[in-house]
Design a protein. Structure first.
Length: 344
């Protein structure tokens, strides 16, 4: 249900209402019931964690791709092992579902005699917030690393057009003393979704986020979308993107569909899952040792990656998720298009 208005502009919905609506919406697109539920839960988990650029904000793009057949709602994600590597074929399935299913497949290869499983995902759609995929692995007591190549959206200043993807990477590891360590970032100064959100809400952006088609930094979102995102930390961000491009792009034969303006399907991903208890018997105490050292230097109030997300998860469970007006209008339009009206 619609809980309340979070401000003069935002509406707030409880998570369960949104999950039920989104599950029904994905079912209406042609997804199987269980797949729709997994995909809906994974997408909304981004909003619950406070990663609002990669949750419901991405649904208009995903829905358009499902309706046009760019993504395959009936696709079944499958995997097989070859030369010690698990190869997972996403078959252009809905990205948040495909990513969650891929992590399940990879973990199923862990055993008493195998503590480390590397894997690739081929033919993937936009997987969404990678934190939503690695985080649950850490909650089960395992470690996960995941990275995805994207269509070219990033370039250094002075470039004439996008040169490489901003290629996000995420990592999660369990902690005995708190929520899992959870790291998720792209190689660009900001996510493309934040530029898209600003464009939808008619807001300007900081000049260090993007360049226009002539390679000049810009505050204008339309010019930024016609140009490219800037890399974080200059050459270091570019180097990180190149690392991911090799592992997640080259090794998977990635061929992004460049006819899509964003969230191009056909990209690849690389990851690994491992059981720390099988590799390091003193894992919990050794994790605590470096965390204690860090806190002594940084101060007792210093946060570790994942703690802010854990706080956001509690708030969203209590207070619901805020939806800005521009996105709310799009969600209502999507619901009417599918014959599954958004409640409230």
């Amino acid at each position: 249900m619609l809980i309340t208005h979070a401000s003069m502009t935002d509406a707030r919905f409880d998570i369960d209402t949104l999950r039920q609506w989104l599950t029904a919406l994905l079912q209406a697109s042609g997804m199987r019931d269980d797949d729709a539920a997994l995909g809906a839960g994974t997408l909304l988990h981004a909003d619950a964690l406070g990663i609002v650029t990669h949750g419901l904000a991405r649904l208009p793009t995903y829905w358009s791709q499902l309706r046009r057949g760019v993504l395959r709602p009936d696709a079944q994600v499958s995997g097989h092992e070859a030369a010690g590597l698990v190869r997972i074929d996403a078959k252009r399935a809905f990205g948040p579902f495909a990513g969650a299913r891929a992590m399940q497949i990879a973990q199923a290869h862990l055993s008493a005699t195998r503590a480390f499983v590397p894997f690739v995902i081929e033919g993937a759609g936009h997987l969404g917030a990678l934190a939503t995929l690695v985080g649950p692995v850490a909650h089960s007591g395992r470690i996960a690393l995941l990275m995805q190549s994207t269509q070219p959206v990033m370039a250094p200043a002075g470039s004439h057009g996008a040169a490489i993807g901003n290629n996000p990477i995420a990592f999660a590891a369990p902690r005995a003393d708190g929520p899992p360590l959870l790291i998720d970032f792209a190689a660009s100064v900001t996510a493309l979704s934040r530029v898209l959100d600003a464009h939808r809400e008619n807001r300007s952006i900081p000049a260090d986020w993007a360049i226009d088609a002539a390679g000049v930094p810009t505050h204008d979102t339309a010019a930024a979308l016609a140009g490219a995102l800037l890399p974080m930390a200059a050459h270091k961000g570019l180097a990180l993107a190149m690392l991911v491009q090799v592992l997640a792009g080259v090794l998977t034969g990635s061929r992004p569909d460049l006819s899509e303006k964003s969230a191009a399907p056909g990209c690849g991903a690389f990851g690994l899952v491992l059981d720390p208890a099988s590799i390091a018997p003193d894992y919990d105490s050794d994790m605590q040792m470096w965390i204690d050292t860090y806190r002594r230097s940084a101060g007792a109030g210093a946060r570790l990656p994942g703690e802010r997300a854990a706080d956001a998860l509690q708030r969203s469970a209590r207070d619901g998720v805020a939806v800005p007006p521009g996105l709310l209008a799009q969600l209502r339009e999507i619901g009417l298009d599918a014959g599954v009206p958004l409640p409230g």
